[in-house]
Design a protein around this ligand. Structure first.
Ligand code: BES
Ligand code: ZN
Ligand code: ZN
Length: 456
């Protein structure tokens, strides 16, 4: 798909607040309403107001609805605005809407629309370039997260990361399961040890000259989460290929940041493992020592992500000197989805301002974030009688927060305010299309973090 100037076979129009002339077709122009008039070579999509989410969804819907008609080009006028976020969203939507995951289908998806003709005197080259980098990174994340667990093992994820590093001149260190064991990352090591596909700790770094800031991104990369010995019921196990989404998101962000050439040093740490069963599986009742010396009583092997992340957080704080901010992305809890719904990421931490900035940035990219506040009563629920901390809370309420508080135990005091935790269990993977997202993996978080890092 390419963006050109001039004319196209079909004219597309984004209708803000409905249009009288279309009422005869029953087109009200509500958010997401689409009207295709193939004989007249017209397509209309409604938005109730102009914002990044609506515009991105509108252009995604134009592509989706025109794909059926085998048109090869479409002509459209971009919104008349100087707001760059809206314009980027406008161009991204076409690429995001054209995405289909057909890797395992014998009959491949059609991508009939080859040209998007932009009807404007303005030169959009820079905006288009950035929109392409962002949308391609999002689609890159979608492809990997959607791929089956037998294909994307921790070693495979490491080799994908190596490729990204090579293409974008990033530093790349890959540690294997022996490294984890020999260096005392027993929490991470133990989660992974029953799998025939051993763990990898993947560390990528983008180090531009004269970097203004140093940022660390950590991702939960459970290439499969069967629950381990605390085995998931069958219906809950399906979709757990998506438990690697945090790690892949972080990979997508560093890929986009380096392609955009932002002047910020970014480290991406991916904790890749499979949570499986077997004679040597870690067990409920085991006590594991994380790299920082804290002991963890395992009471449920399905709360594995926090164990992997605990050691990844330790690794980052030991190996990366003097960073300003540290973020972790994880499909961490079903409780987060119960709390805020499938379409929203739960954001936790000790620096409210930082969190507010993420929420605000999400509004500029069309991604939803909600602040979940810690409190001291919830912290107490993680008490263990036999170890420093338990890997699950003693109450069934507030599961997203108690998981976040568990992670906070592995953040050194001096870094407490630098840390933010993002629970993407809901939006990373939804089994139906929503907004500008397809069924399955969404690539959630990439766009907002590219904007956030760009704003520094
Ligand atoms: N990967 C899951 C969380 C999850 C659930 C992500 C559904 C996406 C969709 C995580 O490892 C898990 O199993 N968490 C448990 C924690 C519990 C045992 C305290 C959960 O949420 O039930
Ligand atoms: Zn789990
Ligand atoms: Zn998990």
């Amino acid at each position: 798909m390419e963006f050109i100037k001039g004319k196209g076979e079909v004219k597309a129009e984004i209708i803000v607040n409905g249009a009288k002339k279309l009422q005869e077709y029953g087109f009200e122009g509500k958010d997401g309403d689409v009207l295709v008039l193939p004989e007249k070579k017209r397509v209309y999509v409604g938005v109730e107001s102009i914002n990044a989410e609506n515009i991105k969804t509108a252009t995604a819907l134009i592509i989706k609805s025109l794909k059926k008609y085998k048109f090869e080009s479409v002509e459209i006028t971009p919104p008349n605005t100087k707001n760059e976020d809206i314009l980027i969203a406008f161009f991204e939507g076409f690429i995001l809407g054209d995405y289909e995951f057909d890797k395992y289908k014998s009959k491949k998806a059609n991508h009939p629309i080859k040209k998007i003709a932009i009807n404007s005197k303005r030169d959009f080259e820079e905006v288009i370039n950035e929109a392409k980098i962002r949308a391609n990174a999002v689609c890159f994340v979608r492809d990997i997260v959607n791929s089956m667990p037998d294909e994307i093992t921790p070693a495979k994820l490491a080799s994908i990361a190596e490729e990204v590093a090579k293409e974008n001149k990033l530093e790349c260190i890959i540690h294997d399961e022996n490294y984890l064991y020999e260096n005392g990352y027993y929490a991470f090591y133990s989660v992974a040890k029953a799998s025939t596909n051993p763990a990898r700790l993947i560390h990528l770094a983008y180090k531009p000259k004269n970097a203004k800031r140093k940022i660390v991104l950590i991702g939960k990369g459970l290439c499969y989460d069967s629950g381990g010995l605390s085995l998931k019921p069958s219906d809950f196990m399906v979709t757990m290929k998506s438990d690697k989404a945090g790690a892949v998101t972080v990979l997508g962000i560093i890929k986009a940041i380096s392609e955009l050439g932002l002047d910020i040093e970014v480290h991406a740490i991916l904790g890749a493992a499979e949570n499986m069963i077997g004679g040597n599986a870690y067990k409920p009742d085991d006590v594991l020592k994380a790299k920082n010396g804290k002991t963890i009583e395992v009471r449920n092997t399905d709360a594995e992500g926090r164990l992997v992340l605990a050691d990844c957080l330790c690794y980052a704080q030991e190996e990366i000197k003097e960073f300003e901010e540290i973020y972790d992305f994880a499909t961490l809890t079903g409780a987060c989805m119960v709390g805020v719904g499938e379409y929203t990421c739960g954001v936790m931490g000790f620096d409210k301002e930082k969190i507010q900035k993420i929420i605000n940035t999400g509004e500029k990219t069309g991604e939803h974030f909600a602040y979940l506040p810690f409190n001291k009563y919830l912290s107490k629920l993680l008490k263990s009688e036999i170890a420093d901390i338990s890997n699950i809370a003693s109450s069934r309420y507030g599961g997203a927060l108690t998981a976040g508080l568990f992670l906070s135990e592995f953040i050194e005091d001096k870094n407490k305010e630098k840390w933010t935790h993002l629970d993407i269990a809901g939006p990373a993977y939804v089994e139906k299309a929503w907004g500008f997202n397809p069924h399955g993996a969404s690539g959630f978080g990439v766009d907002t973090f590219v904007s956030l890092l760009k704003s520094f």
